[in-house]
Design a protein around this ligand. Structure first.
Ligand code: CDP
Ligand code: CDP
Length: 216
């Protein structure tokens, strides 16, 4: 079983994907970390050919060692850098095989990101598209960072998330939209447990329907 979980920044897709992976005993890949690792490797530079060359080289050289510095990877600044490297077609192409191999391992898998249901796994068994309003998303991310001892400027964070959402929505290579066959789950008013319960219900219902359909 392949489960695709997509949605905008801090919508709760990572937490949900982790919960689903645990519930169904599947391996989980947070694909945002790949883009964040490329962004972190390139660092702050102006947009231009130099930035693009460095990002493509970093994406082609990416390995597991680059995914270990979770604190640096998950900062809001690295999120903005990730969305800047994510508009480069060659970067997306370089990261495709890794994601596809993860998704198609025999055990099945849960992947979360932006384009899992549209580009990486259009064949996923279950697709979820997670939404939450932007104030709720900013507040969640702020609390998450504060729990780690990071001093948060909510005004700046709100703008970082808005900037990233806007760039992601315009990404010409993205596929950052809800796939036609994805189930929309709005978590604005749901806590983590309620969101997970709703997602499990969707997965079970979808798999039961598929099994019924396959049997007939
Ligand atoms: O966790 P959060 O939603 O804040 O961000 P993320 O999932 O770690 O993704 C960081 C950035 O990487 C996004 O804003 C996208 O620009 C990019 N990304 C992407 O292009 N495709 C994916 N499958 C995942 C992330
Ligand atoms: O992966 P994504 O950026 O979409 O979000 P996340 O890292 O899963 O969630 C961002 C923060 O919101 C985490 O601290 C979660 O614990 C929290 N959260 C929440 O408060 N309510 C939810 N329904 C889902 C997540």
């Amino acid at each position: 079983m392949i489960i695709a979980v997509d949605g905008p920044a801090a919508s709760g897709k990572g937490t949900l994907a982790t919960g689903l992976a645990r519930h169904y005993g599947l391996p989980h890949l947070d694909t945002g970390l790949l883009y964040r690792a490329v962004g972190l490797a390139v660092g702050e530079r102006e947009d231009g050919p130099e930035f693009e060359r460095a990002a493509i080289a970093a994406a082609r050289a990416l390995d597991a060692a680059h995914l270990s510095d979770i604190e640096a990877l998950t900062s809001a600044e690295t999120g903005v850098l990730a969305s800047r490297v994510a508009v480069i077609a060659e970067v997306r192409a370089a990261l495709f095989a890794f994601q596809r191999d993860f998704a198609t391992q025999p055990s099945g898998a849960v992947l979360d990101g932006r384009d899992i249901g549209t580009k990486i796994c259009p064949d996923a068994d279950v697709k979820l598209f997670i939404q939450a309003d932007s104030k709720a998303r900013m507040e969640r991310r702020a609390k998450q960072l504060e729990q780690r001892g990071v001093l948060v400027d909510r005004y700046a964070l709100y703008h970082q998330i808005e900037e990233r959402d806007a760039r992601d929505m315009l990404n010409p290579h993205g596929g950052f939209y809800k796939a036609d066959d994805a189930h929309l789950l709005d978590t604005t008013l749901l806590d983590i447990e309620a969101a997970l319960r709703a997602a499990i219900e969707i997965v079970d219902r979808t798999m039961a329907l598929k099994a019924g359909g396959d049997a007939s």
